[in-house]
Design a protein around this ligand. Sequence first.
Ligand SMILES: Nc1ncnc2c1ncn2[C@@H]1O[C@H](COP(=O)(O)OP(=O)(O)O)[C@@H](O)[C@H]1O
Ligand SMILES: [Mg+2]
Length: 282
Amino acid sequence: MSNGHSDHSGDLSGSGLTLGYDRRIVSRDLTVSIPPGSFTVIIGPNACGKSTLLKALSGIVTPNDGTVVLDGKELSRYPAKALARKLGLLPQSASAPDAITVVDLVSRGRYPYQRMLRQWSAEDEEAVTSAMAATGVTDLADRPVDELSGGQRQRVWLAMVLAQQTQLLLLDEPTTFLDIAHQIDVLDLCADLHEQGGRTLVAVLHDLNHAARYATHLIVMSQGAIVAEGKPAEVLTEQLVTDVFGLQCQVIDDPQTGTPMVVPAHRRSRSREFALGSGLAS
Ligand SMILES: Nc1ncnc2c1ncn2[C@@H]1O[C@H](COP(=O)(O)OP(=O)(O)O)[C@@H](O)[C@H]1O
Ligand SMILES: [Mg+2]
């Protein structure tokens, strides 16, 4: 491409997208552009269309209308393996084949590199080993995936996507099921991939404070549309949280990072009438 990053720039965008399932339209005429090299985070209420957008951007859902373009070429024109070498997706609800072990599942991330005459290589081995180390699942290597806790399983899936070694990573709620320390581990890992690896990340997150801390670019969705985007400090305001999530709140500076921190209004100031009237306020 002309930006000097060769064809590994990970330049992903969609325009005029109409997305949905059968006759249910989720998004209409949606235009989105993922800044190359960004850590983009998508936030928005339940069922507003975040996963649908991520699926469209990764070729899992075919737009009813409009096009998704990756590095100058329409997504639908990529052969499956070629696309999988450029773009990895961690779906919101992934399910593993029965009785597969951790190391075997992570190894499936190397599938787009397999060819008829090319067997498993030292490079494949190294990719799997380092992906497992980065996500802290090395000790689980020989365990069946279906016997793991939700949090362990989530990290195994992440390892599989990392082993794919793509320039672009699309992660749908990568911190679901994780305790707070593991949530931060995963987000730190994402930040490292972004900062040191120069990768482009797109993640759907529910925690607005995590989104504000980690995102270089924040996209806010509501009812299938993008209603705001930009730097977290500019986007995440009290008004926006009230409008989009229906939550009264205060936005203060995160004492650690200075990024916006959303503090929900106390229930007594949110629903004073109910609290006083019900006699349960204490
Ligand atoms: N496979 C599907 N078939 C039919 N409708 C779906 C399917 N997946 C999602 N939807 C609907 O599309 C809308 C958007 O869903 P989704 O993109 O998963 O939202 P989010 O990820 O923001 O919670 C919801 O109304 C949901 O019920
Ligand atoms: Mg979702």
